[in-house]
Design a protein around this ligand. Sequence first.
Ligand code: FES
Length: 576
Amino acid sequence: MGDKGKKKLRSESWFNPEDAKSAFIHRSWLRNQGYPNDYFEGRPVIGICNTWSELTPCNGHLREFAEFVKRGVLEAGGVPFEFPVTSMGEILMRPTAMLFRNLASMDTEESIRANPLDGVVLLTGCDKTTPATVMGACSVDLPTIVVPGGPMLNGKYKGERIGSGTFVWQLKDKIKNEGFTPEDQIEAEVCSARSAGHCMTMGTASTMACMVESLGLTLPGAAAIPAVDSRKKVLAQLSGRRIVEMVKEDLKLSKILTREAFENAIKLNAAVGGSTNFIIHLQAIAGRIGVDLNLQEFDTLGSKIPLLVNLMPSGKFLMEDFFDAGGLPVVIREMKQHLHNNAITVNGKPIGENNKKAECYNPEVIAPLEQPFLEEAGIAVLYGNLCEDGAVIKPSAATPELMTHRGKAVVFETIEEFLSTVDDPDLEIDEHSVMVLKGVGPVGYPGMAEVGNMDLPEKILKKGIKDMVRISDGRMSGTAFGTVVLHISPESSVGGVLALVQSGDYIVLDVPNRKLHLEVTPEELEKRKASWSPPKPPSDRGYVNLYTKTVQQAHLGADLDFLNGKSGDEVTRDAH
Ligand code: FES
């Protein structure tokens, strides 16, 4: 490298510039960590972008993984530097980890651009850590490879599979109606988190891992390998080797993240029964790399795709079963007639070729295309006067009988009102009602929390009812289920029609015809709008203020408006 005819590496402008003083400064301080001369003589410099944090338990093992990536980078002749970026643990962060996805993406983008890096390895795991780092990396557009941290081992409780997240949504019912004791609860807590790794249902983290593999951003088969399986370490090492080659080939993100790659990801997400959060993250990634993708396309491309994977929350197995059955490569092979098989992936080969020999070892977990678990599994996009810019529902997680439903609205103006009144025996609600939650969108919560799958009222659960139609401008955990309409856009806090719904109004949900309609006349809506005023902003300073002023609505991916697109990898001025 650095020889005549070879493209100069980006890092060489730091380590081998004409100016001796600059070269001294850039190399000398790094040497305090004990690097030999040849580290600065034209070897590809690889950044290992680590979302490790003890406060993000799903990513708690990623420090160890970074060592395996380093091993691979060194073997291939590169030079690795690990660096931290903002991590987001889904479980602990308040008000919601999603509020910080865009912040972490900025951190990732600027950390990559500002440093002497030629290629990047993204170490990710918990839900938001994958899209955030990919979004940031897209805005720089260097050669980049993702190493998903992997799911936890299957949860097992009293001999039964217990899915992380999914079990939580059943807890209220179990305590109220099935005699579940505090001791049972403590035992179940341990049983649902047996090992390092992220949620082992097809929740958002597994969905994101499948998304990056479908986009071609991982080595084949990466998504489903459990975090503690030795093969995950091998994957990290091989990814370290491969990124060095990618730098030499100048295989940048924009060469992989083509329109075809995005279409493949939408179709494969449907086939695996992935989370509704997939939409919002994929759109944000597309916005960064410059591929035009609108909400309607998720329905057009994905809704008729059959469900091939039998994993919770739509089905009964877990990620370890998925891995043992052959993982995503089997789904990619089964789906070949629907995919752009020539889409290039990080190993330089087309996705179709990478996966053509994948074998299914358990048809109970991964079905053949001709005998799917469900004929149509993708996400449906709804329109109507209640969601002029769209709303989404995941039919595979919903109750078929409720997919066409007309019911009276029971409105909760805020999440606090919902929590304090839902179990009130005097609440006027029955199983035919439509539960409506406002103020949980990108601006309103703020951060568009995963509260759309509201718990049912106690008195309804006691009747043995497990599902009702629920609608909101929020999101739902990928581990959740139910007839839940989400991502209503525009949201209530910016004056969407959702803000004007009152208890007692009739709402029509018609998923087959993709409609969500509020049966209130335009004149009455005008009247209500005239007396509506927006809620007080949650903060007048800091990041939250910046976020609420610039966040885009859900149908656009909820990125900050000034972050769309990319600035590339060039930095014209030095610090010295
Ligand atoms: Fe981190 Fe589910 S809480 S992946």
